[in-house]
Unconditional design. Structure first.
Length: 192
């Protein structure tokens, strides 16, 4: 990576110079966007991952239609800091790959729709240390607020869905999410 690109990324991502950065993100690959952008998305993603590894920071990842490419890039770059895959709705196989790489999966309003059968199965399958709660506010509106602006106030109702799918209490879901969040964020905060 050239020194100029690295310096711009460090400033843009607010890492290195800042003592309060605890993660790099949201970064990622969105292959639902026109194919012409994929090559440059990958180019920038790789450089951001290299920087996160250098500064020992976890990632907050956005990914659409590129889970396999993204996971293999993390592996090729020997990325070991883990992080969050936000708004995850991939397959069980893809989930396992991320979990092995030290990531946890963001569960959001998407799972509140009756038609989201695959996601319901995935939520039921996920171990306790595999997920965090998220809103992606103002996007990813849950079924019960599909015409409103999505806000974190919807999380308790999303928790009820997860609790039912997993046959656990809402308190357990909340406790697991908090522990998983802190496991990843505090690991990077340990640097200071
Ligand atoms: Zn996103």
């Amino acid at each position: 990576m050239s020194k100029v690109i690295e310096r711009n990324l460090v400033v843009g991502l607010d890492i290195g110079t800042s003592k309060i950065s605890v993660a790099v993100g949201e970064i990622g690959l969105d292959y639902a966007l026109p194919a012409a952008s994929h090559k440059s998305q990958m180019l920038w993603f790789k450089q951001q991952v290299v920087l996160a590894q250098k500064y020992k920071l976890p990632l907050v990842i956005h990914c659409r239609k590129a889970h396999d490419q993204l996971a293999s890039t993390l592996r090729k770059l020997s990325f070991t800091q883990g992080g969050f895959i936000h708004g995850f709705s991939g397959s069980q196989v893809q989930a396992d790959v991320y979990l092995k790489l030290g990531f946890v999966l963001g569960l959001s309003g998407a799972l509140t729709y009756d038609r989201a059968k695959a996601l319901h199965k995935l939520v039921a399958y996920l171990p306790d240390d595999a997920y965090v709660l998220e809103t992606d506010s103002p996007d990813m509106r849950p079924s019960f607020a599909r015409h409103a602006i999505n806000t974190p106030l919807n999380i308790p109702r999303i928790v009820e869905y997860i609790a039912q799918l997993k046959g656990q209490t809402a308190e357990t879901i909340i406790k697991n999410s908090s522990q998983n969040y802190h496991r990843i964020i505090l690991k990077s905060a340990d640097r200071f």
